[in-house]
Ligand binder design. Structure first.
Ligand SMILES: NC(=O)c1ccc[n+]([C@@H]2O[C@H](COP(=O)([O-])OP(=O)(O)OC[C@H]3O[C@@H](n4cnc5c(N)ncnc54)[C@H](O)[C@@H]3O)[C@@H](O)[C@H]2O)c1
Length: 412
């Protein structure tokens, strides 16, 4: 068996992943050309090693803990109707057995507070080391059941807190934990730290800190655990990092790129709060410069628009300059359903990290940059180059020197 542990288990992305896996296992949902990259024949080394039929799900949540996986998925489905009802019903037996465990929401910001009543481990009066102990226990019993496990953070986006000297070393970070310095950590750091302690790979589908903190990266190296992030590349940013290279290849100068996103649902509520939104905008903005090597004038805006629920509309306006200095423009609108785009990528990241572990690789797996808006260590954003890194890694085991994979930003 292969265990995937989802943080934010009852959110839109996670429940869509749960339903998708259950419906595929029940034999009713399509899996060919259905958005799962690792189901393509080129990815057979991964597909055959970690088949979807053998996937078992677990997860952490801070809301609706009295619900089972079916009830949580049904609630999201009733708000979105984002797939056919028969898939939910086909997975009912399996989803009913799913129960999320209580997690932590330390320093998750006003965006998460706005989601309503939270049920958290700190709410029970637990200290940081007790919270980590509880998370480690949850992971451990899941791993004992499944044999192999991976943690994917698909919880609401946290604000970034200021990192200080203590975050730079494992000793420093563990000092913060021992002294219960709650103001110095965020929930995603605790989830990532606990995963590394249990030697479980960690994928950061959000822009939250998670495993990017140097102390936790040090722990990953010490425990020989693979990880990668940040922030799943599924919609507007996928378009940006696919279109921007076209301008570069034709030697056309991008003068400015304005992107306006509107979205509904709980992710929209979270991202309507400035602190939570800042983490997301940072990861979206870097995508263009890391694709073309310079930073054109850019506007990235995200607004909450409840009628859209889980649908997302992005309108992008790109001003560019060509022959004789003549200015021209390209505009596009993107209509996506966030969780339908995200769920297969969650599966891909999970499988790829397990594949890395099975090959004895650890630390940041930069070859997975293809799946992220802001790949750790500033890997090139260009989707085509990222795809080649990924495919060469799967089929030939080729690792490229980090320096050769990094984006070089030559001018503002
Ligand atoms: N296409 C996409 O949908 C997409 C792409 C890239 C990144 N993401 C990111 O994935 C994450 C999930 O998106 P979503 O649409 O499912 O959001 P959502 O709001 O529907 O779900 C998030 C879930 O996380 C839970 N949660 C919040 N803080 C938590 C914590 N500290 N511990 C455990 N659970 C917690 C919430 O209760 C909620 O159920 C967001 O951070 C989003 O920005 C989504």
């Amino acid at each position: 068996m292969t265990g995937i542990w989802l943080i934010g288990a009852y959110g839109a992305v996670s429940t869509t992943t749960l339903v998708g896996i259950a419906a595929i296992k029940a034999g009713v949902a399509p899996r060919v050309q259905a958005g799962i990259v690792t189901e393509a024949p080129e990815c057979d080394p991964i597909r055959s090693k970690f088949p979807l039929e053998k996937m078992v799900m677990g997860g952490s949540e801070v809301r609706f803990l009295d619900r089972n996986g079916f009830q949580a998925s049904e609630k999201i489905w009733e708000e979105n109707y984002h797939f056919r009802r028969k898939y939910l019903d086909a997975g009912k037996n399996e989803l009913q057995k799913f129960r999320a465990k209580k997690g932590t929401a330390i320093n998750c910001g006003p965006g998460v507070d706005a989601l309503g009543t939270l049920e958290t481990l700190e709410g029970e009066g637990l200290t940081l080391s007790e919270i980590i102990g509880k998370l480690m226990k949850d992971y451990e019993s899941f791993k004992n059941k499944t044999g192999e496990a991976v943690v994917i953070n698909a919880a609401s986006t946290e604000p970034h807190i200021t990192l200080t000297e203590e975050h730079n070393t494992l000793d420093g970070f563990e000092g913060l934990i021992d002294e219960n310095k709650v103001e110095k950590v965020t929930a995603s750091m605790l989830y990532a730290y606990a995963a590394m302690k249990q030697k479980i790979p960690y994928g950061n589908f959000t822009p939250s800190h998670g495993a990017t903190v140097p102390a936790i990266r040090e722990l990953a190296i010490r425990e020989q655990v693979p990880y990668m992030g940040d922030d799943g590349k599924t919609g507007e940013t996928l378009m940006k990092t696919t279109l921007a290279p076209m301008f570069k290849m034709r030697n056309l100068k991008i003068l400015g790129w304005a992107g306006f996103n509107i979205l509904g649902d709980d992710d929209g509520i979270t991202l309507s709060k400035d602190e939570n939104k800042a983490s997301k905008i940072e990861s979206k903005d870097k995508a263009i410069s890391s694709s073309i090597g310079y930073s054109p004038f850019s506007i990235t805006e995200i607004k909450y628009f409840p009628p859209l629920v889980d649908h997302k509309v992005a309108w992008d306006y790109i001003s560019y300059r060509g022959f004789l200095g003549t200015k021209m423009a390209l505009q596009f609108t993107w209509h996506g359903i966030d969780s339908i785009l995200a769920a297969p990528i969650v599966i891909d990241i999970a499988r790829s990290l397990l594949f890395a572990k099975s090959r004895g690789e650890f630390g940041a797996i930069h070859e997975l940059a293809f799946f992220f808006k802001h790949p750790i260590d500033d890997i090139i954003g260009n989707t085509f180059i990222q795809y080649k890194f990924y495919m060469d890694w799967i089929t030939e085991g080729r690792k490229v020197e980090l320096e050769k994979m990094q984006a070089k930003i030559i001018s503002k």
